[in-house]
Ligand binder design. Structure first.
Ligand code: ATP
Ligand code: MG
Length: 402
């Protein structure tokens, strides 16, 4: 018979066990605690959406849409895309599920996202994001609240080496005039830009500022910065005032733009220098134009997404969870008693492991190694089940089994 080959994983799709999985869930658990403190409701949205949901909102010329989406035709011939991010899908649901009546809608979620990128440390094809959005809120307070949420999350995770970088992209008017200045600036160096940026020059010059290509960097450094309109300046001033009052530190970065088309006003990233080129751990901003792109009414909104894997790499290893009790079955006669005891203890909320396999003489040592707080040894004498309890902690088991 031909040898069966072991399937390999999809490149850039990770499987986690033990400490790595614990770190991942520590990040998710912290997010879930903190989002409640800020009154964000949990939402669930599909992993698959019609391709148009992302193509229309994220902009046909963004890297994500032009190169990174996992799109395929399903059996009915409809083009479907695995979500590359949450925002567009949440806004689709906001419109199609009638969530407009809950405005301002403060929602949080987490889960997998997919992008066809070159896999490397901190960059995967299946990765996972935390996501927080406030939809239907025009006030700068919404931006402040989201940034405070991000900042508290990082603090609770014990991640200290992070800087909040902040910029304003202005309103439509100031953004348009900045756009022409950028075209003029970059067009003067057209031939020296990367191929991608030469293309961006035609379609969306702002995005050149986001380029990681070293050929573009020196022209990015000398690029003109945006002069916000009086209105945009006022909005940004209120965001900054709120951050100061809430005790959230930030640095202004006039060249910070977001890679996606729909951003206006506030744009931000929480960045660390600990993860090399993959240093952005939380990124987001205000996307007042997105819901309209989906055919909805004008709806101001702001949100962010964080890479769970990147945060997980930065936290201390979570403490190993001890089990409350191990039941060592020294004699098979005691097996039924072990099940009865385990059921009773687990129903009382204690974590229990039964050790009933392998050499009987080694079972007790294995229970010790598991770090059980209490060890119940079930043996047999004259056909009767015997019980000894060895306690390392408050003896809870005796009372429960009595
Ligand atoms: P980058 O500049 O690192 O490519 P991005 O601008 O594409 O990030 P966003 O679309 O803003 O990222 O996504 C928000 C966050 O999701 C990022 O800051 C990062 O933490 C995480 N993220 C994005 N792409 C990946 C990926 N391929 N693997 C792991 N995490 C990712
Ligand atoms: Mg990217």
């Amino acid at each position: 018979m031909a040898k069966i080959e072991t399937p390999q994983p999809i490149r850039g799709a990770q499987s986690l066990l033990g400490e790595e999985a614990d770190r991942f869930h520590e990040v998710v658990a912290a997010f879930d605690r903190v989002r409640r403190l800020y009154g964000f409701k949990r939402v669930e949205v599909p992993l698959i959406e019609p391709t148009q949901v992302f193509a229309r909102t994220m902009g046909e010329t963004t890297d994500v849409v032009s190169k990174e989406m996992y799109s395929f035709d399903d059996r009915s011939g409809d083009s479907i895309t695995l979500r590359p991010e949450f925002t567009a899908g949440i806004c689709r649901a906001y419109l199609s599920e009638g969530w407009q009546r809950f405005v301002p809608l403060k929602v949080a979620t987490h889960g997998a996202a997919f992008r066809y990128e070159r896999p490397q440390k901190g960059r995967y094809r299946q990765f996972h994001q935390l996501d927080a959005e406030i939809i239907g809120a025009a006030e700068p307070q919404a931006d402040v609240e989201l940034l405070a949420l991000g900042s508290q999350l990082l603090a609770e995770l014990g991640i200290g080496a992070v800087t909040l970088k902040l910029n304003t992209l202005g309103d439509a008017e100031s953004r348009d005039s900045w756009r022409s200045q950028l075209v003029e600036h970059f067009a003067a160096h057209r031939g020296e830009l990367s191929e991608d940026s030469q293309e961006r020059l035609e379609k969306n010059p702002l995005r050149i500022l986001d380029s990681k290509d070293p050929r573009d960097r020196k022209f990015v450094e000398t690029a003109p910065v945006m002069t916000p309109s009086a209105e945009a300046e006022d909005f940004f001033g209120k965001v900054r005032q709120g951050l100061d009052a809430a005790g959230v530190a930030y640095e202004l970065d006039p060249h910070l733009v977001r890679g996606l088309d729909y951003y206006r006003h506030t744009a931000f990233e929480f960045v660390t220098d600990q993860l090399g080129a993959q240093g952005t751990v939380i990124a987001g901003g205000r996307y007042d134009g997105l819901v309209e792109q989906l055919g909805g009414p004008h709806t101001p909104a702001v949100g962010w997404a964080a890479g769970i894997e990147r945060l997980a790499m930065m936290i201390d290893a979570p403490a190993i969870e001890l089990i409350d009790a191990a039941i060592v079955v020294e004699d098979d006669v005691a097996m039924d008693s072990a099940w009865a005891a385990a059921t009773r203890l687990r129903k009382a909320g204690l974590s229990v492991e039964i050790v009933a396999s392998g050499s009987p003489r080694k079972r007790f040592d294995r229970a010790v190694k598991k770090g059980a707080r209490e060890i119940i040894v079930l043996g047999a004498a004259d056909g009767e089940v015997t019980r000894r309890v060895k306690s390392n902690d408050v003896p809870r088991v005796e009372a429960l089994l009595a």
